[in-house]
Design a protein around this ligand. Structure first.
Ligand code: NAD
Ligand code: UDP
Length: 332
């Protein structure tokens, strides 16, 4: 598993351990900390094998895959901040595209041809037609999104070139929440870019108020609507996708979402209920590049993997709050 110490990867570790599926983590700690391993050990009952290293180091990947007799790869590693990708496009293309290419080449060298790739709803072209089905038009509007789109296209080409590949590109909508133990969760460095971590930091007193980006969208309350999905549901989706890939060749792109949209203010009020605290906010201008509404059509994940999100927004906020309260400064 690449990027296994990160937010989604660490939850995937727990989901794999729950099914007694062995795994090895490769992570360069660019956006994570070694403390995650201690937390994982506490959760799963053993210290998961960890290799500190970079996905751009092909020899290290080959050596790791051979030593551990790897049969499949979950590829979470990458950089994910949209604004940063606009400021530093080359860094994003190098880490997300070149890094992925190095990984795929290492998989070819070792004959490992089963892969799950972390894609994103951000690769859909802007449209008002909801829900977004997997066959909807694609078109990313920033370098981060383009890295995801390019890698998906590379993977489709790869699967055409060699029918032995089994690949799932999982297009996450808005993963939020944390493991209910409060031991692992999202630990953003610096100012959070995403809504729920920001709300959590206001609730816990680290920030004064939430800036609501736009109150004049064509939505029920004027604020942006998104498909928030519990990170544990997303993690379990990977385990179910892996099971599917063991039985099916080819390359599929599949949404992971709940199929329901929640506005920024819906989310804020839900978080107030979960935390028992009032959360100050101020409506400001729209954030460039944001769409009004975005939610998933979710039938393909159900049809192919037998997966559907099971956790409600109430639990997303409760679990996020438990993690935030127990770890006000994240892993730091
Ligand atoms: P994260 O930053 O928490 O985790 C990514 C992990 O990859 C980190 O532990 C980081 O240290 C590691 N990493 C980065 N570059 C690396 C490299 N070159 N070599 C080895 N390790 C490297 O991010 P996340 O939220 O867990 O997201 C995981 C994946 O899912 C990313 O590819 C992201 O783009 C994608 N995704 C995330 C979201 C979201 O909202 N969190 C939504 C859609 C897609
Ligand atoms: N948002 C907001 N204030 C923030 C962060 C986000 O109002 O500080 C809004 C944002 O405009 C969008 C929603 O919350 O409507 C979800 O944003 P996020 O960045 O979490 O996810 P994405 O934009 O990738 O869907």
């Amino acid at each position: 598993m690449t990027g296994g110490l990160g937010y989604i990867g660490s939850h995937a570790c727990v989901a794999l351990a729950q099914k007694a599926i062995p795994f090895v983590i490769v992570d360069n700690l660019a956006n994570s900390s070694l403390g995650v391993i201690d937390r994982l050990a506490e959760l799963v009952g053993y210290r998961p094998p960890f290799v500190e290293g970079d996905i751009r180091d092909g020899d290290l990947l080959v050596e790791t895959m051979e030593r551990h007799a790897i049969g499949a790869v979950m590829h979470f590693a990458g950089s994910k901040a949209v604004g940063e990708s606009v400021a530093m496009p080359l860094d994003y293309y190098v880490n997300n595209v070149a890094g992925s290419l190095t990984l795929f080449a290492a998989m070819v060298r070792t004959g490992v041809k089963t892969l799950i790739f972390s894609s994103s709803a951000t690769i859909y072209a802007q449209t008002n037609a909801m829900p977004l089905a997997e066959h909807a038009a694609l078109g990313a509007s920033n370098p981060y999104g383009r890295t995801k789109l390019f890698v998906e296209q590379i993977l489709f080409d790869l699967s055409v070139s060699d029918p032995a590949w089994s690949i799932a590109c999982l297009r996450y909508f808005n993963p939020v929440g944390a493991h209910p133990s409060g031991l692992i969760g999202e630990s953003p460095r610096g100012t959070p870019n995403n809504l729920v971590p920001y709300i959590a930091q206001v609730a816990v007193g680290r920030r004064e108020y939430l800036s609501v980006f736009g109150g004049d969208y064509e939505t029920e309350d004027g604020t942006g609507v998104r498909d928030y999905v519990h990170v544990l549901d997303v993690a379990e989706g990977h385990v179910m996708a892996l099971d599917y890939l063991r039985r099916h060749a080819g390359c599929v792109a599949v949404n992971l979402g709940t199929g329901r949209g929640m506005s920024v203010l819906d989310m804020l009020h839900e978080y107030e209920r979960a935390s028992g605290r009032s959360i100050a906010y101020e409506v400001t201008g729209r954030r460039p590049g944001d769409v009004a509404r975005c939610w998933a059509q979710v039938s393909l994940a159900r049809d192919l993997f037998g997966w559907q999100a099971t956790r409600e927004v109430e639990q997303m906020c409760q679990d996020s709050w438990r993690w935030q309260l127990a770890n006000p400064d994240g892993y730091a």
